[in-house]
Design a protein around this ligand. Structure first.
Ligand code: GDP
Ligand code: MG
Length: 366
């Protein structure tokens, strides 16, 4: 089988979502909005969106045959080369669709895994992403020998084990076992680190993607972490210890944004982040007040926090990007008024710092 090399061309993609008996229209439209952001983050150029209403997904093509034909025409018309589905596809559906479209077919989990692969910068994160990619791919391997990156086929083809082009199932299983062992070792290390910090006042930044968490983290700790107008520039909980300016030793941790329908393979990767959130003394919930959907995003994040058992952790609401929406009045939450700040212009930070110091003093007094 031929191996195609060279830099991936920018994908021109059509997004496809399904409204079914179990999935309402509004829900799907919001989900497509997020898929759009994910696709853009992964480097695709989204040229169209299609939504179909069906009682349930088609077993062979996920969508109806009529739409398959329409999409074929639309791909040609828009010179698009990729269709991204807002759901997980069965291997057979993916194969059928690829044959029908003669174009790349990507589903939501692969898109998310792609973004994580691009964003993983520590060895632990890279191991976690590779593990997730392999676990996703294993049941999709058909022949004894397969062209791996083709089987995987995400945007930019950041497939697992990029150096290894041909691989069989047995090798995949061995690699999975190896990765798990490595991760276990790292987990023990991390636990030891966390224990050593158990007396510190632990502050964790949470919030929807792109709210400005990493920017605020940088401003508060003067660390340089990559910020980008994209999702998931970091997968790792990034941590800084501050000893000056605070009444006790304070640990700040930055986290990845929360996202809907996270592939379950990735939930495992998120565990370390989630544990830090649950064990925090104070959460800084960062929201983008220049986004018209800010309240929805805040609620979604609170919902995820509840799901992981962190709803009791004290938190401050921080409405960031005030510079982009100067009239914004922050609502109160849990009896504490929200802070309106601009991490970019470093404004509104004095009150926030004062509150963080007050909280850490209160904790020290206990
Ligand atoms: P995260 O995903 O929550 O970590 O968000 P980032 O810190 O990576 O920021 C996402 C984008 O928002 C970047 O382009 C930042 O430059 C931008 N950003 C962050 N804070 C502000 C702010 O206060 N005002 C404006 N206008 N943009 C900001
Ligand atoms: Mg970030």
């Amino acid at each position: 089988m031929a191996i195609e090399y060279g830099p991936p061309e920018k994908e021109k993609a059509i997004l496809v979502g399904l409204v079914t008996a179990s999935r309402r229209k509004r829900e799907e439209l919001e989900s497509l909005e997020e898929l759009n952001l994910l696709a853009t983050t992964a480097g695709a150029n989204v040229v169209a969106r299609r939504v179909q209403v069906r009682p349930s997904p088609d077993p062979a093509y996920y969508i109806g045959r009529g739409l398959v034909d329409e999409l074929k025409d639309q791909l040609a018309e828009l010179e698009a080369n990729c269709v991204i589905f807002d759901d997980q596809l069965y291997p057979v559906q993916q194969r059928n669709l690829e044959e029908a479209f003669e174009a790349k077919v990507i589903d939501r989990p692969v898109l998310i895994l792609d973004i994580f692969a691009a964003g993983a910068r520590t060895s632990a994160a890279r191991l976690q992403v590779e593990l997730a990619q392999l676990e996703y791919t294993l049941p999709r391997l058909t022949g004894a020998w397969v062209h791996f990156s083709r089987q995987y086929g995400g945007i930019g083809s950041k497939g697992p084990g990029e150096t290894q082009l041909e691989i069989d199932r047995r090798q995949v299983r061995m690699r999975i076992a190896h990765l798990k062992k490595q991760l276990q070792k790292l987990g023990v290390q991390r636990q030891t680190q966390r224990k050593a910090r158990s007396n510190f006042f632990k502050i964790v930044l949470v919030g929807y993607t792109n709210a400005g968490k990493s920017t605020l983290f940088n401003v508060l700790t003067r660390a340089e972490i990559e910020t980008a107008d994209k999702l998931f520039t970091t997968l790792d909980p990034t941590t800084r210890i501050m000893s000056s300016g605070y009444p006790c030793r304070v640990v700040f941790s930055d986290t990845v944004g929360f996202i809907r329908k996270l592939p379950h393979q990735l939930v495992e990767s998120f565990k370390s982040t989630l544990e830090e959130v649950v064990e925090a003394d104070l959460l800084l919930h960062v929201a983008d007040c220049s986004d018209p959907k800010v309240q929805e995003h805040v609620e979604q994040t609170r919902q995820v926090l509840a799901e992981i058992g962190a709803e009791q952790v004290p938190y401050l609401m921080i409405y960031n990007k005030l510079d982009a929406n100067p009239g914004f009045l922050p609502p109160s939450a849990d009896g504490t008024r929200g802070f309106a700040i601009s991490a970019l212009e470093k404004s509104g930070l004095a009150a926030l710092r004062a509150e963080i110091i007050a909280r850490s003093e209160r904790r020290r007094a206990v």
